[in-house]
Design a protein around this ligand. Structure first.
Ligand SMILES: O=C(O)CCC(=O)C(=O)O
Length: 240
């Protein structure tokens, strides 16, 4: 019998009520090492236009072009189940990227990825921890319940890089998957360590909403041929 606290229903309820939740990600330990190696190889081999060095993070938006092992992340059954329940079955992947929070970087301003009232709402985000998320290496902070507040942080707060009195840190071990409502106030905290904090992140949107990354035109044909019918559907490779 499955435990309710780890069930899809529980996770989805937490995302709805609190704004975020966690579940166990894909791949047992040994396979996870392969995933981490593939991540490092991809980041080392990547170049523009899909590779960007931002002020605090380094991002690779066409990660799926680099290794089939990454397919196991967006096709992780509990993730798709939770997403389907959250989005009433009407969803596709909008983006899927490798993202390293570099060593010695400050906290990111609290932000929402879209206003609650947006026509593109709902947005379901996920973050897979390739490294453990700790309060020293920039664990993501969330302000519980803020996905129901009327506006994004800029409207209501000044100095949003400062800690918010109600924020909580989503700390976790390697392989933990964070799920969150894109309207929740969130952001990475400071990475005060000497190591980057690696993650794979993505978003799901409704099928009628434009994808952040156009997988149909952006993924090379040799990558698209390996995709199962399910993967083609989730990536919208045959249209919406
Ligand atoms: O990397 C993180 O911890 C948070 C990333 C984030 O805030 C975002 O992608 O909007």
């Amino acid at each position: 019998m499955s435990d309710y606290s780890t069930s899809t229903a529980y996770v989805v309820k937490e995302v709805r009520d609190v704004g975020f939740s966690t579940l166990s990600g894909p791949l047992a330990t040994e396979r996870f090492n392969t995933l981490r190696d593939a991540y490092d190889e991809a980041m080392a081999a990547a170049h523009e236009p899909h590779f960007k060095v931002g002020s605090t993070t380094t991002r690779l938006s066409n990660l799926l072009s680099f290794s089939p092992i990454f397919d196991e992340v967006f096709l992780h059954e509990p993730l798709l189940e939770a997403c389907s329940e959250f989005m009433d079955g009407d969803f596709k992947l909008s983006s899927f990227l490798g993202r390293t929070l570099r060593a010695g970087t400050p906290a990111q301003a609290l932000h929402a990825d879209l206003p609650r009232s947006s026509q593109d709402s709902p947005l379901l985000g996920f973050i897979l921890m390739i490294d453990p998320f700790r309060n020293s290496n920039g664990a993501t902070r969330f302000v519980p319940g803020s996905h129901r507040w009327p506006g994004p942080p800029d409207d209501l707060m000044v100095g949003t890089r400062a800690p918010h009195p109600e924020e909580v840190l989503a700390c976790g071990e390697v392989g933990t998957l964070i799920l969150f409502d894109g309207a929740i106030w969130h952001g990475h905290t400071a990475n005060t360590t000497s190591q980057g904090r690696r993650s794979i992140q993505g978003y799901f949107v409704r099928r009628a909403v434009r994808q952040g990354f156009d997988f149909r035109n952006g993924l090379p044909s040799q990558v698209q041929v390996r995709m199962s019918a399910l993967a083609r559907h989730v990536l919208a490779l045959d249209g919406d």
